[in-house]
Design a protein. Structure first.
Length: 244
Protein backbone atom coordinates (compact mmCIF):
# COMPACT_ATOMS: atom_id res chain seq x y z
CA UNK A 1 0.00 0.00 0.00
CA UNK A 2 1.54 3.28 -1.13
CA UNK A 3 2.74 6.00 1.19
CA UNK A 4 2.75 9.54 -0.18
CA UNK A 5 4.11 9.99 -3.72
CA UNK A 6 7.10 12.22 -4.44
CA UNK A 7 6.69 14.65 -7.32
CA UNK A 8 9.43 13.07 -9.46
CA UNK A 9 7.52 9.76 -9.44
CA UNK A 10 3.97 11.09 -9.79
CA UNK A 11 2.77 11.05 -13.42
CA UNK A 12 -0.93 11.46 -12.59
CA UNK A 13 -0.25 14.32 -10.21
CA UNK A 14 1.89 16.05 -12.83
CA UNK A 15 -0.84 15.61 -15.47
CA UNK A 16 -3.45 17.03 -13.07
CA UNK A 17 -1.21 20.00 -12.26
CA UNK A 18 -0.55 20.72 -15.95
CA UNK A 19 -4.24 20.56 -16.85
CA UNK A 20 -5.16 22.80 -13.93
CA UNK A 21 -2.52 25.32 -14.98
CA UNK A 22 -3.31 25.48 -18.68
CA UNK A 23 -5.96 23.00 -19.78
CA UNK A 24 -3.61 21.14 -22.12
CA UNK A 25 -1.69 17.98 -21.33
CA UNK A 26 0.32 15.22 -22.92
CA UNK A 27 -0.86 11.60 -22.81
CA UNK A 28 -1.26 9.97 -19.41
CA UNK A 29 -0.20 6.47 -20.39
CA UNK A 30 -1.15 3.34 -18.42
CA UNK A 31 0.75 0.04 -18.58
CA UNK A 32 -0.18 -3.34 -17.13
CA UNK A 33 1.35 -6.80 -17.30
CA UNK A 34 -2.15 -8.18 -18.00
CA UNK A 35 -3.32 -5.81 -20.77
CA UNK A 36 -2.21 -3.63 -23.64
CA UNK A 37 -1.14 -0.02 -23.08
CA UNK A 38 -4.02 2.35 -22.41
CA UNK A 39 -4.51 6.09 -21.91
CA UNK A 40 -6.45 8.19 -19.39
CA UNK A 41 -7.90 11.40 -20.86
CA UNK A 42 -6.81 13.93 -18.22
CA UNK A 43 -9.88 16.11 -18.85
CA UNK A 44 -12.06 13.34 -17.40
CA UNK A 45 -10.35 13.86 -14.03
CA UNK A 46 -11.88 17.36 -13.99
CA UNK A 47 -15.34 16.36 -15.15
CA UNK A 48 -18.52 18.07 -14.04
CA UNK A 49 -21.50 16.32 -12.45
CA UNK A 50 -23.29 16.07 -15.80
CA UNK A 51 -20.24 14.36 -17.33
CA UNK A 52 -20.02 11.70 -14.62
CA UNK A 53 -21.38 8.16 -15.09
CA UNK A 54 -24.68 7.30 -13.42
CA UNK A 55 -23.15 5.46 -10.45
CA UNK A 56 -20.94 8.45 -9.57
CA UNK A 57 -23.88 10.83 -9.80
CA UNK A 58 -25.91 8.60 -7.49
CA UNK A 59 -22.99 8.36 -5.04
CA UNK A 60 -22.83 12.15 -4.80
CA UNK A 61 -26.59 12.34 -4.23
CA UNK A 62 -26.27 9.83 -1.37
CA UNK A 63 -23.43 11.66 0.38
CA UNK A 64 -24.45 13.24 3.67
CA UNK A 65 -22.94 14.91 6.70
CA UNK A 66 -19.18 15.27 6.90
CA UNK A 67 -17.61 13.60 3.85
CA UNK A 68 -14.15 12.09 3.33
CA UNK A 69 -13.24 12.00 -0.38
CA UNK A 70 -10.57 9.29 -0.68
CA UNK A 71 -8.02 9.38 -3.51
CA UNK A 72 -9.61 12.64 -4.58
CA UNK A 73 -7.21 13.47 -7.43
CA UNK A 74 -8.22 16.81 -8.96
CA UNK A 75 -11.10 17.15 -6.49
CA UNK A 76 -13.97 17.04 -9.00
CA UNK A 77 -16.23 15.16 -6.57
CA UNK A 78 -15.27 17.38 -3.64
CA UNK A 79 -16.08 20.51 -5.64
CA UNK A 80 -19.55 19.16 -6.46
CA UNK A 81 -20.22 18.17 -2.85
CA UNK A 82 -19.06 21.54 -1.54
CA UNK A 83 -21.45 23.17 -3.99
CA UNK A 84 -24.22 21.14 -2.33
CA UNK A 85 -23.28 22.61 1.05
CA UNK A 86 -21.51 19.57 2.50
CA UNK A 87 -18.41 19.67 4.72
CA UNK A 88 -15.71 17.84 2.74
CA UNK A 89 -12.17 16.68 3.48
CA UNK A 90 -10.23 15.34 0.49
CA UNK A 91 -7.19 13.10 0.86
CA UNK A 92 -4.65 11.85 -1.65
CA UNK A 93 -1.11 10.47 -1.61
CA UNK A 94 -0.11 12.81 -4.47
CA UNK A 95 1.46 16.06 -3.28
CA UNK A 96 0.81 17.67 -6.67
CA UNK A 97 -2.86 16.69 -6.61
CA UNK A 98 -3.26 18.06 -3.09
CA UNK A 99 -1.69 21.36 -4.18
CA UNK A 100 -4.19 21.61 -7.06
CA UNK A 101 -7.14 20.83 -4.79
CA UNK A 102 -6.08 23.49 -2.30
CA UNK A 103 -5.94 26.00 -5.15
CA UNK A 104 -9.51 24.97 -5.98
CA UNK A 105 -10.59 25.86 -2.44
CA UNK A 106 -10.81 22.31 -1.08
CA UNK A 107 -9.76 21.21 2.41
CA UNK A 108 -7.21 18.76 0.97
CA UNK A 109 -4.70 16.72 2.99
CA UNK A 110 -1.63 14.74 1.94
CA UNK A 111 -2.74 11.56 3.71
CA UNK A 112 -2.57 7.84 3.03
CA UNK A 113 -5.97 6.25 3.72
CA UNK A 114 -4.29 3.48 5.72
CA UNK A 115 -2.35 5.89 7.99
CA UNK A 116 -3.94 5.31 11.40
CA UNK A 117 -2.66 8.63 12.73
CA UNK A 118 -5.39 10.17 10.58
CA UNK A 119 -8.25 9.41 12.94
CA UNK A 120 -11.04 11.90 12.22
CA UNK A 121 -14.64 10.74 11.94
CA UNK A 122 -16.93 11.06 8.92
CA UNK A 123 -20.58 10.45 8.15
CA UNK A 124 -19.68 9.43 4.58
CA UNK A 125 -16.49 7.93 3.18
CA UNK A 126 -16.54 8.30 -0.61
CA UNK A 127 -14.32 6.16 -2.84
CA UNK A 128 -15.34 7.05 -6.38
CA UNK A 129 -13.71 5.97 -9.68
CA UNK A 130 -13.01 2.47 -8.33
CA UNK A 131 -11.39 3.96 -5.26
CA UNK A 132 -11.39 0.55 -3.59
CA UNK A 133 -8.64 -0.26 -6.07
CA UNK A 134 -6.11 0.99 -3.50
CA UNK A 135 -6.67 -2.25 -1.55
CA UNK A 136 -4.71 -4.00 -4.30
CA UNK A 137 -5.29 -7.61 -3.23
CA UNK A 138 -8.33 -9.51 -1.97
CA UNK A 139 -6.39 -10.66 1.08
CA UNK A 140 -6.14 -7.04 2.26
CA UNK A 141 -9.90 -6.50 2.42
CA UNK A 142 -10.23 -7.27 6.17
CA UNK A 143 -7.62 -4.57 6.97
CA UNK A 144 -9.45 -2.19 4.63
CA UNK A 145 -12.81 -2.77 6.30
CA UNK A 146 -11.24 -2.35 9.74
CA UNK A 147 -9.89 1.02 8.62
CA UNK A 148 -13.31 2.03 7.29
CA UNK A 149 -14.87 1.26 10.68
CA UNK A 150 -12.27 3.48 12.39
CA UNK A 151 -13.16 6.43 10.17
CA UNK A 152 -16.95 6.16 10.15
CA UNK A 153 -19.00 8.11 12.67
CA UNK A 154 -21.96 6.25 14.25
CA UNK A 155 -24.52 5.62 11.52
CA UNK A 156 -21.94 6.44 8.85
CA UNK A 157 -21.67 4.98 5.35
CA UNK A 158 -19.04 3.99 2.81
CA UNK A 159 -19.91 4.64 -0.84
CA UNK A 160 -17.78 2.99 -3.50
CA UNK A 161 -18.01 1.94 -7.11
CA UNK A 162 -16.16 -0.88 -8.84
CA UNK A 163 -16.48 -3.26 -11.79
CA UNK A 164 -16.75 -6.97 -12.36
CA UNK A 165 -14.06 -7.40 -15.04
CA UNK A 166 -14.76 -11.05 -15.74
CA UNK A 167 -16.07 -9.96 -19.14
CA UNK A 168 -12.43 -9.38 -20.14
CA UNK A 169 -11.83 -13.13 -19.84
CA UNK A 170 -15.06 -14.28 -21.48
CA UNK A 171 -14.88 -16.42 -24.62
CA UNK A 172 -17.41 -16.29 -27.45
CA UNK A 173 -19.22 -19.34 -26.05
CA UNK A 174 -19.65 -17.65 -22.67
CA UNK A 175 -16.97 -19.67 -20.87
CA UNK A 176 -14.33 -17.86 -18.86
CA UNK A 177 -10.62 -18.12 -19.56
CA UNK A 178 -9.49 -17.52 -15.96
CA UNK A 179 -6.56 -19.21 -14.23
CA UNK A 180 -7.99 -19.91 -10.78
CA UNK A 181 -4.53 -20.78 -9.48
CA UNK A 182 -3.33 -17.27 -10.30
CA UNK A 183 -5.58 -15.63 -7.69
CA UNK A 184 -8.65 -13.42 -7.98
CA UNK A 185 -9.15 -12.20 -11.55
CA UNK A 186 -9.72 -8.60 -10.46
CA UNK A 187 -6.21 -8.22 -9.04
CA UNK A 188 -4.21 -6.16 -11.56
CA UNK A 189 -0.97 -4.24 -11.64
CA UNK A 190 -0.42 -0.85 -13.24
CA UNK A 191 2.27 1.67 -13.97
CA UNK A 192 1.71 5.17 -15.33
CA UNK A 193 3.80 7.55 -17.41
CA UNK A 194 3.31 11.22 -18.24
CA UNK A 195 5.89 12.92 -20.45
CA UNK A 196 9.20 11.83 -18.90
CA UNK A 197 7.70 11.09 -15.49
CA UNK A 198 7.39 7.38 -14.76
CA UNK A 199 5.58 6.12 -11.68
CA UNK A 200 6.21 3.05 -9.60
CA UNK A 201 4.33 -0.16 -10.32
CA UNK A 202 1.31 -0.63 -8.05
CA UNK A 203 -1.40 -3.22 -7.37
CA UNK A 204 -5.02 -2.32 -8.14
CA UNK A 205 -8.22 -4.20 -7.35
CA UNK A 206 -11.48 -4.48 -9.27
CA UNK A 207 -14.07 -6.46 -7.32
CA UNK A 208 -17.43 -7.93 -8.26
CA UNK A 209 -20.38 -7.10 -6.01
CA UNK A 210 -20.94 -10.63 -4.66
CA UNK A 211 -17.32 -10.96 -3.54
CA UNK A 212 -17.37 -7.49 -2.00
CA UNK A 213 -20.59 -8.31 -0.15
CA UNK A 214 -19.22 -11.63 1.15
CA UNK A 215 -16.06 -10.07 2.61
CA UNK A 216 -18.01 -7.13 4.03
CA UNK A 217 -20.42 -9.48 5.81
CA UNK A 218 -17.49 -11.40 7.33
CA UNK A 219 -16.12 -8.12 8.68
CA UNK A 220 -19.39 -6.96 10.25
CA UNK A 221 -20.57 -4.65 7.49
CA UNK A 222 -23.84 -4.55 5.59
CA UNK A 223 -23.42 -4.16 1.83
CA UNK A 224 -26.16 -3.06 -0.57
CA UNK A 225 -26.10 -2.28 -4.27
CA UNK A 226 -27.42 1.20 -5.02
CA UNK A 227 -26.95 1.45 -8.79
CA UNK A 228 -25.71 -0.44 -11.82
CA UNK A 229 -23.51 1.26 -14.39
CA UNK A 230 -23.53 0.74 -18.12
CA UNK A 231 -20.63 -1.72 -18.33
CA UNK A 232 -20.45 -4.29 -15.51
CA UNK A 233 -19.90 -1.55 -12.94
CA UNK A 234 -21.96 -0.71 -9.86
CA UNK A 235 -22.30 1.53 -6.83
CA UNK A 236 -22.36 -0.04 -3.36
CA UNK A 237 -23.14 1.37 0.07
CA UNK A 238 -21.65 -0.25 3.16
CA UNK A 239 -22.47 0.44 6.78
CA UNK A 240 -21.59 -1.10 10.13
CA UNK A 241 -23.95 -3.91 11.09
CA UNK A 242 -26.15 -3.00 14.06
CA UNK A 243 -25.41 -4.83 17.29
CA UNK A 244 -27.84 -7.65 18.07
Amino acid sequence: MNSTTIKAKDPMGRAIADYHAGGKTAKLRVFSSQFYEDEIPVATLFRSFDEMPVQEQEALRLCRGRVLDVGAGSGCHSVELMGRGLDVVAIDISELSVEVMKERGIDARLVNFFDKTFDEKFDTVLMAMNGIGIVGKIERLPDFFMRVKQLLAPGGQLLLDSSDIRYVFENEDGSLDIDLAAGYYGELDYRMQYKGVKGEKFDWLYIDFDTLSMYAEQCGLVCEKCADGEHYDYLARLSVKAAQ
